[in-house]
Design a protein around this ligand. Sequence first.
Ligand code: SF4
Ligand code: SF4
Length: 381
Amino acid sequence: METVSIIKCETYRYEAVEKAVNDCLENLSGIKSVVKKGSRVLVKVNLLKKNAPEDAVTTHPAVVEAIVRYLQGLGCSVIIGDSPGGPFTVKRLTGIYKAAGMLDVANRTGCELNYDTSAVSIFNEQAQKLKHMQVIKIATTVDFVVSAAKLKTHGMMVYTGAVKNLFGVIPGLIKAEYHLKMNNAENFAHHLIDICEYIKPIFTVIDAVEGMEGDGPSAGDKRHVGLVLASENPYALDTAAIGIAGINPLEVPTMKVARERGIFSGELKEISVRGIQLKDIQISPFKLPRSLNKSLLSGIVPRFLEQFLVRNLRAKPVFNYADCISCGECERGCPAKIIDMSSGKPIPDLDKCINCFCCHELCPKKAVDIKKHWLCRLLFR
Ligand code: SF4
Ligand code: SF4
C-alpha cells in the first residue's frame, strides 16, 4: 500500500498553507529517514510560463514557501527551479520567477533560485523509450528532487500533476523536440514515466487549493478544490488526485502506461489515505479539455475507420488575430515548426500539426483557441 496524505486548505493565506503542508508531510513516514542534514534539494515547481499566482497556472508561492521551510527545518539547503515552456534562458527565468512569486519566496526564506541554464546528457539503461535524454543540470547535481506540482487538466495528457510535472526537467526547447518525437499521448506517457523513474522525487506535493479545469494547463478555468496532497509515490498521488477530479484513471495516458508497465495499478485500493478520506471529498467532476477526442465509436465501427476519423477530424488550434500581440511565443514553442510569423502574425500549416497544443499552452494572451470539426463534436467527446 502506498501512502497519500490529503489535508484541507481553503485559502492561500500563508499560515494556513504552512500548516496544511506540514501536516501533509508529517503523514509521510519515509521523508525524515531519507533526507539528511546538509542535503541539497531541488524543489521542482511547475512554472510553465509568465503567470501570476492567482492565474492558477503555476504552483502557488505559498505552497512552495511551506515546502522550502519544511526542508530547511530538516537542515537542507534548498534550490527552487524549473525549465518553463519556451527557451531556457536566464532572462526568461528571471521574469517568470518574479511573476510567479518565486523571487519573493527566495527573499523571504533565503533559499536559492536556479539560474543555471546548462543541460547534461544522460544515459539511462532502465528507461523503456528515453534511454538518452537531456536534463537541466541542477536536477543532476542535487542530492534529492522534490516535486511541487499543480492539479490541472491538460489538453494532450488529460491531467497534469505529479508525473507530468517532471517533464520540466527537460531543458527549454528540447521539450518541443521530445513532443515531436512522441507525437501521440501514449508514446508521450512512456517518456514521461521514463523521466519520472529517472528523477525519482523523494516526495511530491500537489497544490490543489485552486486547480484548473477545462482547457488546462494554462487557458482553462480556475477551480477551487481546497486541498493539499502529498506522497512519496507520484503514481499513487496522481491516482488520488485524478479520483478527486472525477477523471477515469484509465483515460489518463500516464496512469494507463504505468499500469501496463507494472509500475502502479492506478487503483484506489492500492492507496492508504492519511488525513481526509476520499469518500469525504465531494466535488463535482472537472470539465475536461476540448482538445480531447474520446471516441463514442469504439466497438461500433471498424478500428481503422475510427482511427481515420480521429486523425482527420481531431481538434485543431485556431488563432484569434484580434487578441494576438505577435510575440512569437507560439512559433518558438511549436515542436513541428509549422508556424510562420513572417507576416507578423502566426500562420500555422495545420496539415503538419501534431495536436500537441503547445501554442495554446504558451500563448500569453489566450489567443490560441481549440476548435473541433462539427462532425468531431458529434462523434467524439
Ligand atoms: S498567438 Fe499568442 S503566442 Fe502566438 S504570436 Fe499571437 S500572442 Fe504570441
Ligand atoms: S500548431 Fe500548435 S498544436 Fe500544432 S504542432 Fe504547432 S504547437 Fe502543436
